[in-house]
Design a protein around this ligand. Sequence first.
Ligand code: OFO
Length: 171
Amino acid sequence: MINKKIEEAINKQINAELYSAYLYLSMGAYFGAMNLPGFENWMKVQAQEETFHAMKFFNFVNERGGRVILEAIDKPEVEWDNPVAVFEEVYKHEQHVTDLINKLMDLAIKENDHATRVFLTWYIDEQVEEEANASSLLEKLKMIGDSKNGVFMMDHGLSKRVFKMPAKEED
Ligand code: OFO
């Protein structure tokens, strides 16, 4: 049986992950309107990953005999000044999510909840990757600067991204 404090904290994190999905979908819509379908695709795949993160927490709460409570999701921003501004926000947002996951881990340790502690290590690793991806795309965009050619090349590269279910979750 899951402890109430942990259940509440995970329910909040489910909302944060779904907000992340919503934010990235909004960024995808922004890129779609800019005629950058590769960037749009990257954001849509990112939104799928965030939904997966939320569902992994959702299933964990259920498995441990807890109750998932879904709250309203905040409205995300809809406009940015340019692609660099978008990826600055992605990077900042992922650092914020890392902080949330670290706080969840602190709570699991404080509450002696070993199952949650072990479960959260997946998210700790995932956040290292999330921050690295955001930071590397941000750096690339900064290097490209005002070159339209560079942005179109990058757009082509990002159009190849597909959502992959993490191997352990497939069966
Ligand atoms: Fe769920 O990792 Fe991004 O936000």
